[in-house]
Design a protein around this ligand. Structure first.
Ligand code: AMP
Ligand code: MG
Length: 421
């Protein structure tokens, strides 16, 4: 079975029999309408959520010019070419400013974060001065720079200048930044609701004894994990037999509850046809052969108001299509407008890799450091049913559409599985 069961108008102009991966995001995005609904949450609860308003500071951060170091606040103009002998007239601590004006040839002992005393403009770090405690004198050596070691008001965040835009994904740094403005609640997008189920007569649930030919359903568990990491609301609708009536019921209940429906299995050649028939009967669904491996074919479209992704059944293909195709669509739908493309880095392939031009391949790789060079090797068996290959890997080796076989020592693109923030 190939090609279109029913056209999806927003996809006019794309070839459903050989869609390139690098065109798929654009094609799918053109069909999606991002979430509009928002909710207000306490700032810590906003971690991992998507901002739904611009954050415009009502205060400067820092609020005052202050010292970046422990040392002495001085008036730069007091320094002669050889330095200066200054009189220490007080102390400025973080949260306890020096009260008064610093006059000619005077200085103030100052700590990191303390407000710059009036009259001073420069900080000399304590390691660079000589103190004459008996006479309250401080010897400042030559070669200071005007304004050194001072942090200026508003240098981090400026009143009135938007610092975060609606659509930004909130990481720990943004949570801290919002808190630094004294903001306790923020508006975020409501979570995207994603329903999923697995299809297949051979699938057994955990807790049941396997009959001959059965396998435990793992896709629902992998999918659950990947969706949880994306921060969406998850509706696990279980396993459905390859049975028309049951499938129909499941699709109807899913479309009523969710913004997105993800299924696994039942879209490949030779499958009992009703998964495809039902998708087409209930909605507007296109069956694609995406020019990728693993992963082709998959279905995409709409059932009612819900967007549908029909993923293949093979466990590795589920992971690859999710990360490479579905992830982008879900984040777009969820309302992200910042850049969330997965970075492609380069590493040296330590071995030769088989590849034919005409499709993008995602091999499971192990990125490692050797003699200060980042190298990558594959995890061994690369079959799309070998889920162990995903578990052993720390990256995908991405072999681009046009690329042919790779010789040992060539640079290849990799996508890391783990990110810092
Ligand atoms: P399908 O795309 O339905 O033809 O399935 C392709 C392969 O993936 C078959 O070997 C299935 O047994 C396997 N498979 C399908 N669904 C699952 C699942 N939920 N968990 C584990 N393996 C699956
Ligand atoms: Mg199946």
């Amino acid at each position: 079975m190939s090609g279109i069961l029913q056209t999806v108008s927003c996809l006019d102009g794309y070839d459903p029999d050989a869609l390139r991966v690098d065109k798929a995001h654009e094609a799918i995005r053109a069909c999606l309408s991002p979430l509009k609904e928002t909710e207000a949450v306490e700032v810590r609860k906003a971690l991992g959520r998507i901002l739904a308003e611009d954050i415009v500071p009502k205060i400067n951060v820092p609020g005052h010019d202050n010292s970046a170091m422990d040392g002495y606040a001085i008036r730069f103009e007091d320094l002669a070419e050889s330095g200066a002998h200054l009189r220490e007239v007080g102390t400025a601590l973080a949260g306890k400013p020096f009260i008064g004006v610093v006059g000619k040839l005077q200085c103030v002992r100052i700590m990191t974060g303390a407000v710059m005393p009036e009259g001073t403009d420069t900080v000399v770090i304590q390691e660079h001065v000589q103190r004459d405690d008996a006479n309250k004198k401080v010897l400042i050596p030559k070669d200071q720079k005007r304004g050194q070691n001072v942090r200026y008001a508003g240098e981090d965040l400026k009143t009135g200048v938007a610092v975060l835009k609606a659509g930004k994904y909130l990481r720990p740094a943004e949570i801290g930044l919002i808190a630094s403005l004294g903001i306790g609640k923020v508006k975020v997008k409501r979570r995207l609701r994603v329903a999923f189920f697995a299809t297949g007569d051979e699938l057994a649930s955990i807790g049941k004894k396997l009959k001959q030919g059965e396998v435990y359903d793992s896709n629902r568990y992998t999918l659950h994990g990947m969706l949880a990491r994306l921060g969406v609301e998850i509706l696990d609708l279980g396993v459905v037999r390859d049975d028309r009536a049951q499938l129909k019921k499941k699709f109807l209940s899913a479309k009523a509850k969710a913004d997105v429906i993800i299924t696994t299995g039942g879209v490949s050649v030779g499958e009992a046809d009703f998964v495809k028939q039902l998708m087409a009967e209930l909605g507007e669904v296109l069956f694609w052969k995406i020019a990728m491996r693993p992963g082709r074919p998959m279905a995409f479209g709409k059932i009612g108001k819900a967007f549908l992704f029909g993923l293949p059944g093979n466990p590795v293909a589920v992971a690859v299509t999710f990360y490479e195709i579905v992830r982008d669509a879900l984040l777009h739908l969820a309302g992200r407008t910042d850049d969330y493309a997965i970075p492609l880095l380069h590493a040296i392939s330590s071995e030769k890799l088989r590849k034919v031009p005409g499709r993008t391949e995602y091999q499971r790789g192990i990125l490692y450091l050797e003699n200060n060079l980042w190298k990558v090797r594959i995890t061994g068996q690369q079959g799309s049913g070998v889920l162990r290959s995903m578990s052993e890997a720390n990256c995908f080796i991405v072999l681009e559409h046009e690329r042919g076989a790779v010789a040992a020592g060539e640079l290849v693109s990799v996508q890391l599985f783990e990110g810092l923030a």
